[in-house]
Write a new protein. Sequence first.
Length: 760
Amino acid sequence: MNENKNNPTPEGSENIIDQLQDKGETPSVPEELNLLPLRDAVIFPVLVAPIAVAREQFVKLIDDSVVGGNRVIGIVTQRDPSTESPTLQDIYPTGTAVAIRMMGKGADATRLIVQGLQRFQILQVIQTEPYVRARVRLIDEASAVTPEDAVEIEALKRQLGTLFNKAVELSDMPDELRGIADIDETHVMTDLMAAHLGRLSTADKMTVLETLPLKERMNTLLGFLTRETQVLELGSELQSQVAGEMGKAQREYFLREQMKAIQKELGEGDDKGQEIEELRAKIAEAGMPEDARKEADRELDRLQRMSPGAPEYTVSRTYIDWMVSLPWNTSSEDNLDIIEVKRVLDEDHFGLEKVKDRILEYLSVRKFKTEGTARQPILCLVGPPGVGKTSLGRSIARALGKKFYRLSLGGVRDEAEVRGHRRTYIGALPGQIIQGLKRAETNNPLFVLDEIDKVSADFRGDPSSALLEVLDPEQNSTFRDNYLDVPFDLSKVLFMTTANQLDTIQGPLRDRMEIIEIAGYTEEEKTAIAKRHLVPKQIGEHGLPADKVTFTEDGLRTLVRGYTREAGVRSLEREVAAICRKITRAFAENRADSMVVDAAKVQEYLGAPRFEYEEVQERTGEPGVATGLVWTPIGGDIVFIEAQKMDGGKNLQLTGQLGNVMQESARTALSYVRAHASDYGIDPKFWNDTEIHVHVPAGAIPKDGPSAGVTMTAAMTSLLSGRPLKPALAMTGEVTLTGKVLPVGGRRRCLPPSARASRR
């Protein structure tokens, strides 16, 4: 239990002293005293006060003192109230000798009434166990006041009396305490005033007790008393200002204002004040531009005046947290070593030379342009799924030493996802652009906007239009998020976007980006990618020993040619994973301890090839059948166009669910063949008694496009001349009435594995 000193009871304290002096009962103070430490109380000379003693060693101290016949002990104060067994270093060196006037034993503590007698200072410790006993020097309080100080001490005495009476009047102290100001002995008056100022801390009271010169002691107490009086006056002022009709809210406001005023006068801060100062320091360290700094300071001043219970308090606090956490002035250092960057890009991705060259060109410009800001390219990688657009962005970030952040725009309909919500909404937050920069923790990361072609619009706005400012190098240096409402410089961010097709991207947005098409991989590239990346990755993911599993070149080519038909390598990776799973099972069942995956093993594990290319040889072995190349979103493919003639006359029949453009291509092809029939050994009058039927198999699939013209022309010419086409020949392109084949795009994507293999 703690030792506690109840509120001192001054009534009759002066009479007690008088009676003891009249009867000669004032005990003498010996030079050696048993020291009783108090946790949070200070005893002054003359003061009569109750004390409760609970600690075992100090109960023994009281018993030994009373049994020894000398009821005078030394009261000292602990520096740290939590110390259970204080030593000399844990107590103040100045204390008060007291006489034990009454003592009572209780179940939980020994209770005393003591009377302060005289100050002392500890000279030497002569005993430490079970309690401290020390030799002390007594302080003489009745020394004569010098004539030079008499006038000043009298003035101090009057001032103290006036201020003390005022404090009694303004506080809840009993009116009887006014009599303290009339005590003749100046040192007694000073000590009693210090003892009865309840708001004085233990440290302040010890300051008064330890100040031995009377004039200095009075000056010290005058400072404490002046401060206390000013606080009480301010409290009274605030009370009169808010007097009147006070509801619950008014009462809370008054109490908070009163508390703030008191703490301000005392120089003490509360948790909110400390929080405000911490936020102010963070704002100063954030490196914000001038506009942002002004807005943050304005919001902080508003927060300081706001009650923590107000609904707007959290909104303002969250806003400031966002402002100080953004990387206004934090940049990562870019790696401008061209050779090293090229090595990293080649290590991560096979092929894709156009994108790599563009990045190296950008770095070359950065290396030579040392003054001003280098314009950041806005690259848009367009290609079918699985060709490595997003992973290429991650690889570029690693090569350049930039932080990487990816934002998927697929299905985004709300403009606020880009620009953020205004702070008028509950739960408002910045847009994904600002959130991404916060997570990246730098203002120059590589920011990938994935699936930009799948952004849509509705009543909540058009995110594509919001991206116009983000992806414009001329404007994004002053990008303004709705939540922050201050400009943020995005010109240092290296933006990259990905898309599967360009048609759905808004025209003005497409115009702001540098389009780089990634058409897909050839069979050779897929084989190399599988060998260098996919196979080692899947072997590691399945826990297989790398030296026990080998994929041969022939096995990989069989896997690419017979089991996948795509522009990217996702399906290829899934097939490699399927083979690795079967190898893992074989190892687990002890059916093998090493494995060489060749073409035969691929067929054993995956079954018969899903794509057979002998069909080209079989289908084109007779006149009237031509092989065409077509473009699909996931890569190229081939189709067969069949032509057949029948007896009839002047009729062209088209089947296979052909679109309008493809039907026109068939009619154009027929007109060209009729016009140049003699050039190809065809009877010029064949149209008079012949009906031609053109069919494109897989009739359930709609087909359209102008590039089937040359294939249809070849099929009709082959049919009518009786000469079959070369089996390994596939073609694409729009044909004109004069027989010209117009240029075609996407040739790399139109080239399926079968055509690539045949081309070799």
